[in-house]
Ligand binder design. Sequence first.
Ligand code: 4AD
Ligand code: MG
Length: 464
Amino acid sequence: MAYPKRMEISAVLKSSNPGDDVAVGGWIKSLRGSKNVSFMHVNDGSAFDSVQVVLEPSLDNYGRITSLLTGAGVFVEGRVRESPAKGQRIEIVPSRVEIVGECDASSPVQKSGTSFEFLRTVAHMRPRTNTFGAVFRVRSALSYAVHSFFNERGFVYAHSPILTTSDCEGAGEMFQVTSMDLNKLPMGPDGGIDYTRDFFGERCSLTVSGQLEAEILALSLSKVYTFGPTFRAENSNTARHAAEFWMIEPEIAFADLEDDIALAGDFVKYLIRYLFDHCERDLRFFDERIEKGLIGKLGAVLEADFAVLEYTEAVRALKDSGRTFEFPVDWGESLQTEHERYITEQYTKRPTFVINYPRAIKPFYMYCNDDGKTVACFDFLVPRVGELIGGSQREHRLEKLLQRMRECGLDAEKYGWYLDLRRFGSVPHGGFGLGFERALMFATGMANIRDVCLCPRVPGNAAF
Ligand code: 4AD
Ligand code: MG
């Protein structure tokens, strides 16, 4: 073991007492000093807060240590004492400071107060900042919360495939995957590319959703969920869209839209409660520095009865709002983020399930309502972010599903296995997809999806 006595700084801050001998390793957050004494703040990411190391001139390499810059990696051995400084219980007086990795002034995260835009260009260095350290700790906690929510409720975790030959959302926004030489594509007799000679013998893409495969398992194990990466080649350069994002997709059997909505509401509240219980310090930072009043707003979501609003009523409310929106509102059109935000921020003033959208603007798999015009689905809208979840009851009636596939121009033969699920023991079922990065934006107040991904993939950028 390279540093056998090393403790996590979070543990030292929490449990070490004056007189204890400790050893910590981390990166310098700040160093300021005088001839007589210097203060070095060291952070190892185990907690938001850094530990203060008090450097005295009697220390072996005092001169060299005090000339280190933010970002240098150090290993510190010393004794804990009570700290006279405000806001910290203890500090370390070192007997030895080892300079493990120096950092010079050209480091891109040398100065504090650099913009998020700039930090995106140095995504490999930005986790060293307070903000991104907090983002990635919360991201980790939130994914753990996802698993514990479903595990506590007896759901089976399903691994849906990443490579797929079906377009779940039917939006044609898929990244193609091929092993063919793009400079020498084999052509078929019809003049098109001969995909029978591609790796899988047919055209293949990265998945946009694990839902169709989750349905396979839900129709035998009843309660399942997926949690994995999904990919969309949407050329929309917005603060809410990434080309690669993670989605959580539960799927439940013997369930209708109402059951689906109840599950989604419980899920969202559970996630917030989990962060309150496990990420208090990081949330406090976001509350103070990123989104004023965040904790209060999240607390209000925990207390709120979520609204349920018919799409038709939402359109009416938007038309009656007296607002001029960038995109026109009409029955039959999709709701844009500006509309979604108006509904949840101004009209209902709380998180809102908008239900029963026109079938023409929704995918083929949604359950057709008796009115012949709408499908049994919901979009869950939250302030700031807009759509956080999309879900629906699935069309489990074979004839209706076939009719919808024809309407959507889908080849029933290609979806034979999906239709089999309706031929053999079909039961009402439903599910939803929660965009994990959007949940993170909601929970942290970070305004751009690029700032909750380690290495964001967006149009024109797949660096790092
Ligand atoms: O509404 P969507 O497209 O629904 C589905 O994919 C369904 N198959 C889900 C299901 O019923 N199992 O996507 C679900 C959620 C959205 O509400 C949004 O939060 C997120 O995924 N999302 C994106 N997040 C980031 N970047 C993108 N490009 C996203 N597209 C969708
Ligand atoms: Mg959607």
